[in-house]
Design a protein around this ligand. Structure first.
Ligand code: PMP
Length: 488
């Protein structure tokens, strides 16, 4: 595992100071009164390569103001472990002070110091329409005015459930929860309860939230922080978790042969070791193995659900799982998770069956309203547009990489992407971890200083939203071109 960078070794401050002088000559426009990083549509030959699909966009590297974020972070560290309420937000992998955001609108966010950024994090995936989409905000406001929680059934639950089933037919029946973690934890309980077996298989570098049984060899923050295991998880809780490498059918087959398996839980397009698409045939092979051994196939589509298409990864690859977990996009930026699948399996859930699962805020009216508002806007045209924006980014970044000579791999599925800083192909967790995290950290800060907000760790996924414009993508590409040239 790579060790996390410390603030002390972060080259950002010196490079930022140095670049202030080197970029002054070509700086054509400074920040506005709020310190916003601005771009403009004037030729800047140093950041434009002929033959690129991108329009001519110049990039301004700004002296970001950080005094208020620094002060807030100091107070936050007093309150919250690492100063944050979810580990990767702490910038441990990239160094520096995390930005404290105050506002988001469309594709842009603003921090407490008044800097603004084009957002390619999208709250880690949910914001497929961008920030504060007027229809989503109106739906939440309307719902809130009629009561924020009832702890009782509502029509909106039925409407959202029907909308989800229409888009993801394998989810014949489902239950709403409040987070992705609850969804995966509950789906696994259903699989175990239904089959009467304890053991399950997950892939190395797959992240399914922070339930005890699912933390072994996990991706996302667990990988970023280089934690081989998680303190507080008892050996008993982890004993039934079998880990196999992603994209490795033989290892999966061997795991099935070695013990009685209740389920395979897998992100069909892993997004927590960076974005790593499955090899052709891998997901169908998992389906066959689960059928052969009477185990349930659980697709954790918390990231890929409603992101890579209306039907998620299961529609994209034509593989029907037994259970599916959703989160992020389906909640429209509010706390929502869903697990569901074949009626036969879901009938095991209480009060119909013996698998207990419950939640005070489950089916929360605000989350239902937000989810419905988002799903209404995600038609085929929306996904075509997201893919076109993604393609524009991919082409631009690949050109920029070729021009810079930096060895890196751009992975993209639709509007989700990761730029791995390594020369060799990335196909699983081991190869993903070969990426140069120091180099990523420098790239991250060069981008941040140019007003581009990326996930603050190499083994994560960036997201494009429908609020991004072609020009925003070109700004991303032009910024990357400069950042790549700087980090060499
Ligand atoms: N599954 C996957 C694939 C995820 O990416 C995540 C969160 N990033 C989760 C589950 C857990 O979701 P939550 O953070 O909402 O608990």
């Amino acid at each position: 595992m790579k060790t996390a960078r410390t603030v002390a070794t972060n080259p950002r401050l010196t490079s930022l100071e140095a670049s202030f002088f080197t970029t002054r000559a070509r700086r054509t426009q400074r920040s506005d009164a709020n310190g916003d990083v601005r771009t403009r549509q004037e030729p800047n030959l140093s950041s434009f390569r002929s033959g690129s699909v991108c329009s001519v966009v110049s990039v301004v590297k700004n002296m970001r103001k950080t005094a208020i974020s620094d002060a807030l972070f100091a107070r936050a560290q007093n309150l919250f472990p690492g100063g944050v309420n979810s580990p990767v937000r702490a910038f441990k992998a990239v160094g520096g002070t995390p930005v404290f955001l105050t506002r988001g609108q469309g594709a842009r966010v603003w921090d407490a110091d008044g800097n603004s950024y084009l957002d390619f994090l999208g709250s880690w995936g949910p914001l497929i329409l961008g920030h504060a989409d007027p229809d989503v905000v109106a739906a939440i406001e309307a719902a809130a005015g009629k009561g924020t929680s009832f702890g009782a059934s509502t029509e909106r639950e039925v409407l959202l459930g029907e909308a989800i089933r229409a888009a993801v037919p394998s989810m014949e029946r489902m239950r709403f929860v409040s987070s992705g973690t609850e969804a995966t934890m509950s789906a696994l309980r259903v699989a175990r309860g239904y089959t009467g077996r304890h053991r399950f298989i997950k892939v190395e570098g797959g992240y399914h939230g922070h339930a005890d049984t699912l933390l072994a060899a996990a991706g996302s923050g667990v990988a970023t922080l280089g934690m081989p295991s998680c303190a507080g998880v008892t050996p008993g809780a982890a004993a039934d978790t079998i880990i196999v490498p992603f994209n490795d059918e033989a290892a999966m087959q061997a795991a099935f042969e070695a013990s009685q398996i209740a389920a395979v839980i897998i992100e069909p397009i892993p997004g927590n070791m960076g974005l790593v698409p499955p090899r052709p045939g891998y997901l169908p092979a998992l389906r066959q193995m689960c059928d052969a051994y009477d185990a349930l196939l659980i697709f954790d589509e918390v990231i890929s659900g409603f992101r890579v298409g209306r039907g998620g990864a299961q529609a994209l690859f034509g593989v029907r799982p037994d259970l599916t977990c959703l989160g992020k996009v389906v909640g429209g930026g509010l706390p929502l998770g869903v697990f569901g699948g074949k009626a036969e399996f879901m009938s095991a859930v209480a009060p119909e069956g013996p698998v207990y699962q419950a939640g005070t805020l489950s089916g929360n009216p605000l989350a239902m309203a937000a989810g419905l508002a988002v799903l209404r806007k995600l038609d085929q045209a929306a996904y075509r547009r997201l893919d076109a924006l993604g393609q524009r980014l991919e082409t631009g970044i690949k050109n920029a990489l070729a021009a810079s000579g930096v060895a890196a791999q751009l992975h993209r599925v639709g509007s989700a992407f990761t730029l791995f800083f390594c020369a060799e192909p990335v196909t699983d967790f081991v190869s993903a971890k070969r990426a140069d995290t120091e180099r990523f950290a420098r790239f991250f800060h060069e981008m941040l200083d140019r007003g581009i907000y990326l996930p603050p760790a190499q083994l994560e996924t960036g997201f494009i939203s429908l609020a991004h414009t072609e020009e925003d993508i070109d700004t991303f590409v032009a910024s990357s071109r400069e950042a790549l040239a700087t980090i060499g």
